[in-house]
Design a protein around this ligand. Structure first.
Ligand SMILES: Nc1ncnc2c1ncn2[C@@H]1O[C@H](COP(=O)(O)OP(=O)(O)O)[C@@H](O)[C@H]1O
Ligand SMILES: [Mg+2]
Length: 258
């Protein structure tokens, strides 16, 4: 059983979206998926619980896809034992914005950590958090979830310090947003180009993560083709980012400076 934890140092970077996309890709590959939802909402269902209901309506039963809310460390241990017993193939963990004890305990039990970021600051912040919280024997991968140009992509990659980095950027379209909210990525009859692109990107992400999980058991090494950045400066969370800007003043502006 593989466990993939989606971790970030701030909100709105694409964790929940990446969980849905990965789950969709795994279901498509006939894997059994359990999502552990460590996030919470003031009242009602979490977005992932809503998504599970939509997927159930599309014919995915509890055996294929289930979502469990996890609120404490005992509950986490219980859910993982349950998953082993039920022969779940992949456990995907969605996490809240703050690294609570529950989140840190999850990181220690996970096969790989995936850290989404939709900009340079987000990538630098999550790298800094990994510096502190990444368990020695658990590989962590950056995931670029939003860039507008190849220049920006190069820059964001360089801000993921110490992490090999994947990419999962979705086309911007209202249609796609509606579709992903409805939860039927992969399932609708007629699709436009954006939806087809989104589907193939999600499949690609799922395939890459499956491969990385398999390799994680063999040895703690990024697959061929991934580069790992070394920090240019340490100390402050954004020291690396500042040093990058100092060395490359012509480099594109950060989002926060826009
Ligand atoms: N890979 C992506 N490409 C483009 N937009 C994305 C991507 N992932 C998330 N988004 C958009 O960013 C916003 C926040 O995504 P969400 O997954 O809820 O983030 P988080 O769970 O980290 O708070 C949503 O509006 C979502 O549509
Ligand atoms: Mg979320």
């Amino acid at each position: 059983m593989q466990i993939i934890t989606f971790f970030a140092a701030k909100g709105g970077v694409g964790r929940t979206t990446a969980v849905r996309a990965t789950a969709s890709a795994l279901l498509w590959a006939h894997k059994r998926v359990l999502i552990l939802d460590l996030t919470s909402v003031p009242k009602g269902l979490t977005p992932l619980q809503e998504w599970q209901n939509l997927m159930a309506a599309q014919g995915f039963g509890q055996k294929q896809l289930s979502v469990q809310l996890v609120r404490d460390i005992e509950h986490l241990a219980f859910a993982l034992r349950f998953a082993e017993r039920e022969k779940v193939d992949y456990v995907l963990v969605d996490t809240p914005n703050r690294p609570t004890d529950l989140v840190l305990d999850t990181l220690r039990r996970t096969t790989i950590i995936v850290a989404p970021a939709n900009g340079d600051t987000e990538a630098a912040l999550v790298s800094e958090a990994m510096d502190r919280y990444q368990p020695v024997d658990v590989p962590a991968y950056g995931l670029i979830t939003g860039v507008r140009s190849t220049d920006e992509e190069r820059f964001v990659r360089s801000c993921f310090v110490g992490m090999p980095t994947l990419k999962y950027t979705l086309p911007r379209s209202d249609l796609f947003r509606r579709q992903s909210l409805r939860g039927d990525l992969f399932l609708t009859g007629s699709r436009d180009q954006n939806e087809l692109t989104a589907e193939s990107k999600a499949r690609h992400l799922g395939e890459e993560l499956m491969m990385i999980c398999l390799r994680a058991h063999i040895k703690h090494h990024p697959p061929k083709g991934y580069t790992v950045n070394q920090p240019l400066a340490t100390g402050h969370p954004l020291a690396h980012l500042r040093e990058l800007h100092r060395r490359n003043p012509q480099i594109i502006a950060t989002r926060s400076a826009e």
